[in-house]
Design a protein around this ligand. Structure first.
Ligand code: MN
Length: 203
């Protein structure tokens, strides 16, 4: 398969009690694997890796792919594949943001306080209608922004660099949190890998 899922970088139970092992397992072995399988089935024989060697290349340029049906598959299944590759890499139990980091300074510059940033993030998490993601992204000029994306749309094809992303498809939180997105986000803050986020900001 030309475009692959990452190997889960931790054990299913590594993010307990904030993200439960069963959810991680179903999410990675079920949903994430499904996006990988369906993307690769849709593009079979198309030799897309010649022009787009990586999944990020493919996402950034998917509008240039000629066949409209393939474009939809890349947007939906390719989006699901890349979003979850990012997600797993961006999670780690109990890390803290470094107050001397460029990312922290930019958050304070943009929102005034870290709590204000988290408030705005929560507001977008609560108001995203249907399935999608909320992201903290870096713009081309280095500034920060919180964005919502629907379905498996993502920062790469919108021209942003993702820093943090929370999956708001019910499959990612319903087993543990039922319909309570605020509780899901409160737990999510305990599994954000801030070291990884700081590195993304420097990209
Ligand atoms: Mn998901």
């Amino acid at each position: 398969m030309p475009y692959k899922r990452i190997t889960l970088p931790f054990a299913y139970e590594a993010l307990e009690p904030f993200m439960d092992a069963e959810t991680v397992k179903v999410h990675y072995e079920g949903h994430h694997k499904g996006y990988e399988t369906k993307l690769n089935a849709a593009i079979e024989g198309k030799n897309l890796t010649k022009d787009y060697p990586t999944l990020i290349d493919l996402m950034k340029n998917y509008q240039n792919v000629e066949d409209p049906a393939i474009r939809v598959s890349i947007r939906e299944f390719g989006g699901g594949l890349i979003n979850h590759n990012f997600l797993w890499e961006s999670l780690k139990l109990n890390t803290q943001i470094d107050h001397d980091s460029e990312l922290y300074k930019e958050i304070i510059k943009t929102w005034g306080t870290f709590d204000k940033f988290k408030e705005e993030f929560l507001s977008d998490v609560l108001t995203l209608f249907g399935s999608g993601w909320v992201w903290l992204v870096k713009r081309k000029n280095g500034g920060l922004k919180i964005i919502k994306t629907f379905n498996q749309d993502n920062p790469w094809f919108l021209g942003f660099t993702p820093i943090i992303g929370i999956d708001l498809w019910e499959h990612s939180y319903y087993l543990k949190h039922r319909g309570n997105r605020a509780a899901y986000l409160a737990d999510f803050w305990n599994v954000v890998n801030w070291k990884f986020a700081e590195e993304q900001y420097l990209k």
